[in-house]
Design a protein around this ligand. Structure first.
Ligand SMILES: Nc1ncnc2c1ncn2[C@@H]1O[C@H](COP(=O)(O)OP(=O)(O)OP(=O)(O)O)[C@@H](O)[C@H]1O
Ligand SMILES: [Mg+2]
Length: 265
C-alpha cells in the first residue's frame, strides 16, 4: 500500500488522524504472576479510540503478556481491564464476542494451515458473527485486496511468503471488525525484505483511525505511526511519551540503555 490513501491529512504531516479522548481499553492496577514471577506490576494504561500505542522493552519485560491479558488469553491476578467501558468477560459467548472485538496479530502468523487464504479470512465472521457465507467471501476479498494478496485467495498459507501470510493475518483480524487490534512483534519473524510491506499495511490502518496496540522494535514505524510509545521493563511501565520525545530524550536509565542496544545493533 502507498501513502496516498486519501485519508484526511492532519498537521503532523504523516496523515495519521489524531486519536479521540474516548477511552477504549483501560487497564487499572493490573497485576499478573506466573508462579513467583511478577510479570505485570501495577500496570495502568489507557488506550483511546483511534490511538496507536507502540509498546517496546527488553525481552521478558511482559509485553506479550500485556497483549494476551487484553484479550484474556491470560487471566490477571489483580486490577481491572475494561473494553469500551465493560470489564473483560471470563468465559462463554461474552468471551467469544470480546475476542471478536479485540483482534490479535502474532509474530508467527498463526493461519490455519489446511484452509485456503480465503477460508482463513471468512471463518471467523461465518462461525462467530454468523455472517452469510456469500457476504463473508465478498468482504474477505475486499480485505485481501486491501492488503494486496487478493490474487492468492485460493492458495494454502504455506504457498505464500511470510510477508504475504502476515498480511492475510491482518485481513483476518480486520474481518471481525474489531474495536482494537493488538500486534505482537508482527514483523520479527519476517525476512528483512518483507518487513516493510507489512508495516505499510499497518501504517495504512493507523491512517484510517484504527485503534492499535503494537509491540515492535521497528522504530521507524513507531516514529511514523505511534501517538504514544510505552516503554516496559521488568513488568512495569517505566516511561511513556510521544515518539519523538521518547526517542530523542528518554528519561530513565533503563530506556536509555535499551535504546542504546537496539539502535546500535
Ligand atoms: N506461560 C508462562 N509461564 C511461565 N512464565 C511465563 C509464561 N509466559 C511468559 N512467562 C514469563 O513472563 C515474563 C514475561 O514474558 P513475556 O512473554 O510477556 O515477555 P516479552 O516482553 O513479550 O518478551 P519478548 O520480547 O522476548 O517477546 C518472562 O520472564 C517469561 O519467561
Ligand atoms: Mg513477547
Amino acid at each position: 500500500m502507498s501513502d496516498d490513501t486519501g485519508a484526511p491529512r492532519t498537521d503532523d504531516g504523516a496523515g495519521i488522524p489524531k486519536p479521540s479522548s474516548e477511552p477504549l481499553v483501560v487497564l487499572s492496577d493490573v497485576n499478573k504472576y506466573f508462579g513467583e514471577l511478577h510479570v505485570l506490576q501495577d500496570i495502568n494504561l489507557t488506550v483511546h479510540r483511534g490511538e496507536v500505542v507502540v509498546v517496546i522493552g527488553p525481552s521478558g519485560s511482559g509485553k506479550s503478556t500485556l497483549c494476551r491479558a487484553i484479550n484474556r488469553l491470560e487471566p490477571i491476578n489483580g486490577g481491572t481491564i475494561t473494553l469500551d467501558g465493560q470489564p473483560l468477560p471470563a468465559e462463554g459467548k461474552a468471551l467469544a464476542r470480546l475476542r471478536a472485538d479485540v483482534g490479535m496479530v502474532f509474530q508467527s502468523f498463526n493461519l490455519f494451515a489446511h484452509k485456503t487464504i480465503l477460508e482463513n479470512v471468512t471463518l471467523g465472521p461465518v462461525k462467530v458473527k454468523r455472517v452469510k457465507s456469500t457476504e463473508a467471501k465478498k468482504q474477505a476479498m475486499e480485505l485481501l485486496e486491501r492488503v494486496g494478496v487478493a490474487n492468492q485467495a485460493d492458495k494454502l498459507p504455506a504457498q505464500l511468503s511470510g510477508g504475504q501470510q502476515q498480511r492475510v493475518a491482518i485481513a483476518r483480524a480486520l474481518a471481525m471488525r474489531p474495536k482494537v487490534i493488538l500486534f505482537d512483534e508482527p514483523t520479527s519473524a519476517l525476512d528483512p525484505e518483507m518487513v516493510q510491506e507489512v508495516l505499510d499495511v499497518m501504517v495504512g490502518l493507523a491512517k484510517e483511525g484504527m485503534t492499535m496496540v503494537v509491540v515492535t522494535h521497528e522504530m521507524g514505524f513507531a516514529r511514523k505511526a505511534a501517538d504514544r510509545v510505552v516503554f516496559m521493563s521488568d513488568g512495569q511501565i517505566v516511561e511513556e511519551a510521544e515518539p519523538e520525545t521518547f526517542f530523542d530524550n528518554p528519561q530513565s536509565n533503563r530506556a536509555k540503555d535499551f535504546l542504546g542496544k537496539i539502535l546500535t545493533h
